[in-house]
Write a protein that binds this ligand. Sequence first.
Ligand SMILES: Cc1ncc(C[n+]2csc(CCOP(=O)(O)OP(=O)(O)O)c2C)c(N)n1
Length: 362
Amino acid sequence: MFKEYEPINKKMFQIIDNDGKIINKKYMPELSDELILKAYKDMLFARTADQMIVSYQRQGRIYTYPPNYGQEAISGAVVQIMRDQDWLVPAFREMGAYLAKGASLKEIFLYFMGYEDGVNFKNAENFLPYAVPIASQLIHAAGIGYEIKYRKKDQVVFTFVGDGGTSEGDFHEALNFAGVWKAPVVFIVQNNQYGISTPFRVQTASDGIAIKSYAYGIKGIQVDGNDFFAMYKAVKESFEHAKAGEGPVLIEAVTYRKGAHTTSDDPTKYRTKEEEESWDAKDPLKRLKAYLTSKKLYSEKEEEKLIEEFKKEIDRQFVEAENYGEVALEDVFKYTYADMPTDLREQMIEHEKFLQWKNARN
Ligand SMILES: Cc1ncc(C[n+]2csc(CCOP(=O)(O)OP(=O)(O)O)c2C)c(N)n1
């Protein structure tokens, strides 16, 4: 696969077309119907939760949120391959991967409500907190990969970044370092065409992102990120390659951010309706659903029922998060250092005094 789809050949790796028909039999992964159905349901759950979170935000019940809408097949494929012992080093727009790694929706909600506890991930192993400083996570992923290699552990690191993140120096440093040390890291660039309002055509003068893999002496491939099967196959081969000690892989997953950058963004200011509609045809859930229904493995009726069930569960966890209660003041100050330094302690005391004054006024 890597050979045939060398980035220099400028051929994007695809397996199904927009109607869910297999157009590349040679690389169709051998997956059970159960796994494909599960993957679709994972993606549907992520999409339903995503839509509900945006609605909660509009109701003033959560501060902010970066929608995943349109990008679900990327995480949807990764989570079928990532094992418990593997590492997930996230950006902030791959909810499906968080859920599979063991984060609860309630924790995800808490994070976007401003609670630090939201990234404690009580039931998840080997999962770093979201990285809002763009691309900083790639350095951590390379470092973890180096440790895995050094200690000969049976682990692989999966890390995510956006197309905008590839313009950061951290992207270069991480790929360079991981390449030299053959660290077992799968770098997944979600090329969703925008870094906030910056379109991809002005993000880089290079012909896509996958081609940058040559500069680091590592494998790279450009994949249709809205094609579940292509993503599955590419991630699986990358995982095997990294696990075998052959070094990192750079996957460019070509997709489209159908939603806003975050709930405080308005994409109508920088892109056209026509452009958005042209990507509707390539929607990842629509394509996988077309495949499943053509095989009589799934129906619209089932979908309605599932969405109803999902909505109840999502709302139940949201209400739990809403009732989480107040955070102790000292929590805000105490987690950065093992021993709170004097100046921080002074700030905490000052803030306590402010709160007393404020409460007395009320
Ligand atoms: C180092 C840094 N610079 C700027 C920002 C502000 N910022 C937040 S998201 C974003 C764009 C990220 O775009 P991309 O990497 O394509 O990811 P996407 O949001 O599309 O998933 C920017 C510039 C930041 N968080 N960190």
